[in-house]
Design a protein. Structure first.
Lengths: 214, 207
């Protein structure tokens, strides 16, 4: 059976879990990382030398890096659905996945999220959060234009592109940061929140993760 | 029919453009390189992010360097660079993603400080923290090379060696005090240097 190693509160674990949920694959998940620890054991490092979560175990084949996991699962179990069958469409979907890593992740997760959840209000770098939120809002303006004529990032159907970018959106829309008006992104996010797999694996309240005084 | 010539929009000194140039050498795909005016009305529709590289392959336009090199390898059915078997392919993709997420993030501050001499990046503690993270990332490459034997994803050269190789070139080209020695990384750097594509677009004097 498919196994995902990583705590369910990790945004990168959530990408893998949402994928598995959309594909309807039988699976189990083991708590690792965060308060559960377990990332610095020789056994884990042999699976994932980067010592982070998630790691996927598909019948003894192990894999890490969340976007790579999404692509592997979708190419293997979701060809023509989550993974577009046309090579050009597939490449365009991959571009949005990379875009999520290189344009959004640092500002939305490493700055906005971490500063609000892992840092006390007293120590929070308010200027860095404001600058990151501003950049993220501008970048999401690009996605807003893409979504103007589409239900999902690639068109009429949910794909790997929605998963990579969409997982970050629950945090983006639930953090107390300044957001520009993004009507198409907001409508798309509302559509994602209607999906059972998104509700089950991504819409996980992060208040319990907040440090005292955050 | 696909036109034989691929158009690459980018500057040959940009690390993300160099990935594409080197990939084309490995694949044997002819190309023309044009320097884009990033903010111009002609360029924006090609890449709304206003960044390079962008490729134009007939009427197909694509941005994001790592996506571009995967597309080109796939399009050329370059099995050796990017296998079609889902598992073998994923093991290559892991290191491409890791370069984009962890490796690239680690060096950013130190590189701005030590190579670009950027005035807003001269905080000593931040430089030290970035060098520490960068060193940790290079140590992961070193460990992987010992296991994988010769190249980052295994005994043979793959597409993942392109972003990782360019990053290793950057490591050696940046003046880092007391740079720890990683013998497997050094040997890998020399091994990559046997490849004309790396000498042209990687180890060409540009960090
Ligand atoms: N580039 C990696 C990043 C993974 C990552 O940053 N994971 C975090 C959680 S979101 C982690 O493992 N943190 C340490 C911990 O949870 O203990 C990926 O996309 O898979
Ligand atoms: N994630 C993008 C990043 C592209 C990027 O940042 N490109 C830089 C050059 S390396 C750029 O166009 N900068 C604007 C400029 O040079 O004016 C990719 O990998 O293609």
């Amino acid at each position: 059976m498919l196994k995902i190693l990583g705590r369910k509160t990790s945004v990168n674990v959530q990408k893998a879990m949402w994928t598995v949920g959309e594909l309807g694959l039988p699976h189990e998940r083991a708590d690792l990382g965060g308060e559960f620890g377990g990332l610095d054991t020789p056994e884990y490092i042999a699976l994932n030398p980067n010592r982070l979560v998630p790691t996927l175990d598909d019948g003894g084949f192990t894999l890490w890096e969340s976007n790579t996991i999404i692509r592997y699962l979708s190419r293997t179990y979701g060809h023509g659905t989550l993974a577009p069958a046309d090579p050009h469409a597939y490449a365009r979907a991959e571009a949005w996945m990379d875009w999520s890593l290189t344009s959004l992740y640092a500002d939305v997760i490493l700055t906005c999220f971490i500063q609000h959840v892992r840092v006390t209000a007293k120590d929070r770098d308010v200027a860095a959060v404001a600058a990151a939120a501003k950049r993220a809002g501008e970048k999401l303006g690009i996605l807003d234009a893409q979504l103007a004529s589409r239900q999902f990032v690639m068109g009429g159907q949910l794909t790997i592109a929605d998963i990579a970018v969409g997982t970050l959106m629950y945090r983006y829309f639930n953090l107390p940061v300044a957001r520009p008006s993004l009507p198409n992104v907001e409508a798309w996010y509302a559509r994602l929140t209607q999906r059972p797999a998104y509700q089950a694996h991504v819409m996980i309240d992060f208040k319990p993760m907040m440090v005292a005084g955050a | 029919m696909k036109p034989a010539t691929l158009k690459i929009l980018g500057k040959p000194s940009s690390i993300n453009v160099r990935k594409v140039l080197w990939a084309c050498e490995e694949i044997g795909r002819p190309f023309v390189l044009e320097e884009p005016a990033l903010g111009s009305a002609e360029f924006r529709p090609l890449n709304p992010n206003g960044l390079m590289p962008v490729i134009v392959d007939g009427d197909f336009v694509l941005w994001e360097s790592n996506t571009i090199i995967r597309y080109l390898a796939n399009d050329a059915a370059a099995e050796n660079l990017l296998p079609s078997d889902a598992r073998a392919r994923a093991l290559v993709e892991t290191w491409i993603d890791w370069q984009a997420t962890e490796f690239n993030t680690a060096w950013r501050y130190a590189f701005q400080a030590l190579v670009r001499k950027s005035p807003p990046h001269q905080n000593k503690a931040d430089i030290a923290a970035s060098v520490r993270d960068w060193t940790k990332a290079v140590a992961i490459v070193d460990g992987q090379l010992r296991r994988s034997n010769r190249f980052i994803a295994g005994p043979a050269f793959t597409l993942a060696d392109i972003p990782i190789g360019l990053s290793i070139n950057r490591w050696f080209m940046t003046p880092i005090e007391n740079r720890p020695s990683f013998p497997a990384v050094r040997a890998y750097y020399e091994r990559l240097s046997e490849r004309p594509g790396f000498m042209l677009h990687g180890r060409n004097g540009i960090p």
